[in-house]
Design a protein around this ligand. Structure first.
Ligand code: PGA
Length: 245
């Protein structure tokens, strides 16, 4: 499966950061993987303009479940599609923690993403405590079961396995731990989605950098990465992109 590398800029980036988009745009010509960048809402429009006529694709980091209405501060999936975003990250652990987003909300947002024609990148992952209790696969399975919407296919859904304890910490699970969870996710997807379960990409996320990307990409059922900190500088992100084959 062709790998996909997605950068999650989180709450980083000003107009001046467009230089990074420009640099990334240059990289996509030769890349053998799909490259997505998810800047903050304020930069999506400009990033889409910058990425025009290239293989660089722009996404968002969240959307509201409703199409429009009295939801101060929120942005709908339709609004994102309207300005040219093609992907949306949903259920990131930072949103689960900061805004109490549960699987039901993530499910509703995924339905909204599909309604608007966006590809949903649904994030799942266990906390340190849950892993220590031996419940990583159980937790991830529950999150998936409750958040994947009807009609999900390999064309409109991506799963990102992001152990909470690995995000922004420099800690990465062992190869065996990553393979175990990814195999379990693949198995569940196949059970629920049939043939489509084979083609849903499963990304790994959590402290991916240029120095560990090749090893992670070599693992079974790892179809790419969701990258936070290391996606902010095009030069570092380039190292990850070139590790994908
Ligand atoms: P990190 O973040 O690469 O900085 O660990 C990953 C993420 O939160 O998606």
């Amino acid at each position: 499966m062709r790998k996909l590398i997605a950068g999650n800029w989180k709450m980083n980036g000003l107009i001046s950061s467009q230089a990074e988009i420009e640099a990334l745009r240059g990289l996509t010509g030769e890349a053998t993987c799909d490259i997505v960048v998810c800047p903050p809402f304020t930069l999506i429009d400009r990033a889409v303009e910058r990425a025009k006529d290239s293989n660089l694709v722009i996404g968002a980091q969240d959307c509201h479940a409703q199409q429009s209405g009295a939801h101060t501060g929120d942005v709908s999936a339709e609004m994102l599609a309207d300005i040219g975003a093609r992907y949306v990250i949903l259920g990131h652990s930072e949103r689960r923690v900061s805004y109490g987003e549960d699987d039901e909300i993530v499910h509703a947002k995924a339905v909204a993403a599909h309604r608007a024609g966006l590809i949903a990148i649904v994030c799942v992952g266990e906390t340190r405590h849950e892993r220590d209790e031996g419940r990583a696969i159980e937790v991830v399975g529950e999150q998936l079961a409750e958040s994947i919407p009807e009609g999900a296919t390999g064309a409109n859904l991506i799963i990102a396995y992001e152990p909470v304890w690995a995000i922004g910490t420099g800690l990465v699970p062992t190869n065996k731990q990553i393979e175990e969870v990814h195999a379990a996710i693949r198995h569940m997807l196949e059970e629920w989605l049939g043939d489509d379960g084979h083609s849903v990409k499963i990304l790994y996320g959590g402290s991916v950098k240029a120095s560990n990307a090749a090893a992670i990409f070599g693992l079974r059922n790892v179809d790419g990465a969701l990258v936070g900190g290391a996606s902010l500088k095009a030069s570092e992100f380039a190292g990850i992109i070139s590790a994908a084959f």
